[in-house]
Design a protein around this ligand. Structure first.
Ligand code: KDG
Ligand code: MG
Length: 416
């Protein structure tokens, strides 16, 4: 039985922040959704999808998920890269959504069924000082989170990426800092931030020590260094925070230089997570085979969909490396739902990042997954369990928004 694709629509909307969604419809009326959101570069993926991929999908058999993946990946000749892989991810996810709807099953059933009752998630706490940070952690605990990422301001720096403050609360996803810590600002050019690595390295261990003392030994704590350190600085940080027993230290060095992780690993037993900007299995090869990391950070949305990420995670599993799938608010509810279905099925689930989407975003996508007691669970509706409401989407058109650019105090452009 073949199931020809009749339509592939690219939907771009901004219910507080931009999302790119692919909607595939088959001749017999099955509908599948895929997330193709690439924060700050949304229209590049939208154009790749509508100009180059959508025309190739019309008439193809929607059941051919693997063949379509290979066709779009190998067939293009120009492989990899965030734009290509986000577009392939959206096609792949939408086809899985359709296949599960045809089967009348929630998607995780097609991925092998449940391996656990729910996904442990981590929430986001941040503050410019300890007082703000403790309040933020308490808010997260009160909401039910059982693991918490801790980001802090640094003395001498006016703002720090990833630290919510009242100054950036009104620019993004609904104007509530819980939904928009980064933020991606609606401005013609990116906002520029300043950075001082030595000040950061002096300050962060003191904050993690204080938080560990305040909240006790049990609470899993995570921290994201956002690619800003050299290998030896990262090694120093990993070693300095060992007494505070982090669940992981994320993105310590720029992602391009995989060998850097060797240097870090030689010096510290703090678990390492990396990969939110990776997009294929090749980006992980050295890291897996040399066992240089502990958690994989790729999202379904950015790593070639369920097919792409499943392959990466199966490879990781043979080295006892676990998932830690990227899940900030710029991964749409479609991308998050896909991650939840995958995460509940795989044997090597570690933790899932979760940052609640704004009410306007949930109104647009009406996700069927639920968060309770620190865990996410997929719903039992056939497919991904996410919809797209056109009227809501049309009421919130795209608005250009950029992630910030990071400079050292002397003006040098720095990693971030
Ligand atoms: O678009 C960029 C954000 O998704 C990213 O900076 C968030 O680092 C992040 C994280 O760990 O969620
Ligand atoms: Mg990160």
């Amino acid at each position: 039985m073949t199931m020809p694709i009749a339509n592939a629509e690219v939907l771009v909307s901004n219910p507080g922040r931009n999302f790119v969604t692919l909607r595939i419809t088959t001749d017999d009326g099955f509908v599948g959704l895929g997330d193709a959101t690439l924060n700050g570069r949304e229209l590049a993926v939208a154009a790749y999808l509508s100009e180059h991929l959508a025309p190739l999908l019309i008439g193809r058999d929607a059941h051919l998920i693997e063949d379509t993946w290979q066709y779009l990946y190998r067939g293009a000749y120009w492989r990899r890269g965030p734009v290509t892989m986000a577009a392939i991810a959206a096609v792949d996810t939408a086809l899985w959504d359709i296949k599960a709807k045809v089967a009348g099953l929630p998607l995780y059933q097609l991925l092998g069924g449940r391996s656990r009752s729910g996904l442990l998630v981590y929430g986001h706490a941040s503050g410019m000082d300890l007082h703000e940070l403790y309040d933020s952690i308490r808010e997260q605990l009160a909401e039910g989170y059982r693991a918490i990422r801790v980001q802090t301001g640094v003395p001498g720096l006016a703002s720090v990426y990833g630290v919510a403050s009242s100054a950036n609360a009104s620019v993004g996803d609904g104007g509530d800092r819980r939904y928009d810590y980064e933020p991606a600002r609606r401005s013609a050019v990116p906002v520029e931030e300043s950075w001082d690595t030595r000040a950061y390295l002096r300050h962060v261990p003191t904050v993690l020590e204080a938080v560990r003392n305040e909240f006790g030994p049990e609470l899993p704590l995570l921290h994201d260094a956002h690619h800003r350190l050299t290998p030896i600085q990262a090694a120093k940080l990993g070693k300095a925070v060992e007494p505070y027993d982090l669940f992981w230290l994320e993105d310590v060095t720029p992602a391009e230089n995989q060998a850097a992780l060797r240097r870090v690993r030689e010096h510290t037993t703090t678990p390492l997570a990396i990969g939110e900007v990776f997009n294929t299995i090749w980006d992980y090869r050295e890291l897996f085979e040399e066992q240089l990391i502990d958690y994989v950070r790729s999202a379904v949305t950015h790593a070639g969909g369920i097919t792409g990420l499943r392959r990466i995670l199966d490879y990781a599993a043979i080295y006892q490396i676990k998932s830690g799938v990227h899940g900030p608010t710029d991964v749409s509810p479609v991308g998050l739902a896909a991650a939840i279905h995958l995460g509940i099925a795989i044997p090597n689930f570690g933790i899932q990042e979760y940052m609640r989407h704004s009410p306007a975003t949930d109104e647009l996508f009406r996700p069927g997954y639920t968060f309770a007691d620190g865990m996410l669970t997929p719903g039992e509706a056939p497919g991904l369990g996410v919809d797209y409401d056109d009227a809501v989407g049309q009421a919130h058109p795209y608005q250009a928004a950029y992630l910030p650019v990071n400079r050292l105090l002397d003006g040098t452009v720095h990693d971030w």
